[in-house]
Design a protein around this ligand. Structure first.
Ligand code: KIV
Length: 294
């Protein structure tokens, strides 16, 4: 008599780690992220959009998985993130959450609020954030300074952890005139710093700083006591780093941003590449400020 097939090994398309895998590290929680920031331990973040890559990133030790609206570009082939819907985001958050449960389920899962889903009112933002949380996110991310502080406070007061996003905010690419470095002038740097402090005061626990001069990112990082900065193209002195997964694996439909490192080169596979990314962020060898000399 044949034994029933093991569901984790029966698929000809490969397997995810079994659900019974014991957790090898403690799950990442909001207090743990705050602790890491206070201790000066670098926080690692990568984007993921599906179950398999999310499980691999989790097993590689990545602390935060961001289901970014960059999925519009890397998964859907759009020219920008503007066309991504809340339904798209929820679909991918659900997929990633399932992948994490099949792995060690230790990563902190962040879902991006897409363009137009938090701009109208705080109530609209709450409905959109609730949809992402019910899909499996632990935290939501939204772009912009100024008016968003009020929205951040509204969400945080209602038990929704928030990651803010300043600098190059891709949802406003048309208003910014392209994917350009932000905060270069003295006035722009002062505005960005002021907005970062307002977002911290509103309750944001993480703040993505995208494509800003390394010196400004370092200054903002020092100015914030309760909010951890996560840099992308913002130099090495932020509290953590994030990359779009496809970029760090060396696959990209367009031009590879200058601040990206291809972690696949020299790696035996995706998991090893992600482990190399985690190790390089932790020991400060990625990024290299020379790559960020904007
Ligand atoms: O959507 C995304 O992937 C992002 C990262 C680039 C930070 O916002």
């Amino acid at each position: 008599m044949s034994t029933p097939a093991d569901p984790t090994s029966a698929s000809p398309y490969g397997t995810l780690p079994p659900t019974s895998t014991p957790a090898l590290r403690k799950p990442i929680s909001l207090p743990r992220l705050i602790e890491m920031r206070a201790r000066g331990e670098k926080i690692t973040m990568l984007t993921a959009y599906d179950a398999t890559f999310a499980a691999v990133a989790d097993a590689a030790g990545v602390e935060c998985i961001l289901v970014g609206d960059s999925l519009g570009m890397v998964c859907q082939g759009l020219a920008s993130t503007v066309g991504v819907s809340l339904q798209d985001m929820c679909y991918h958050v659900q997929s990633v959450e399932r992948g994490l449960r099949r792995s060690q389920a230790t990563a902190w899962l962040i879902g991006d609020m897409p363009f137009g889903t938090y701009h109208e009112s705080r109530e609209q933002a709450l409905r959109s954030a609730a949809a992402l949380m019910q899909a499996g996110a632990h935290m939501v991310k939204l772009e912009g300074g100024g008016w968003t502080a009020d929205t951040v406070q509204f969400l945080v007061e209602r038990g929704i952890p928030v990651c803010a996003h300043l600098g190059l905010t891709p949802q406003t690419v048309h208003a910014l005139g392209g994917y350009r470095v932000q905060g270069k002038s003295v006035a722009a740097a002062a505005t960005l710093t002021r907005q970062a402090i307002a977002l911290q005061d509103a309750g944001a626990t993480l703040l993505v700083l995208e494509m800003v001069p390394a010196a400004l990112a370092a200054e903002v990082t020092l100015a914030l006591q309760h909010c951890a900065t996560i840099g992308i193209g913002a130099g090495k002195d932020t509290a953590g780093q994030v990359l779009v997964m496809h970029d760090m694996l060396g696959v990209n439909l367009g031009k590879m941003p200058r601040f990206v490192r291809n972690f696949m080169s020299g790696a035996a596979g995706v998991r090893e590449a992600m482990q190399a990314y985690v190790a390089a962020v932790k020991d400060g060898s990625f990024p290299d400020n020379a790559q960020h000399a904007w």
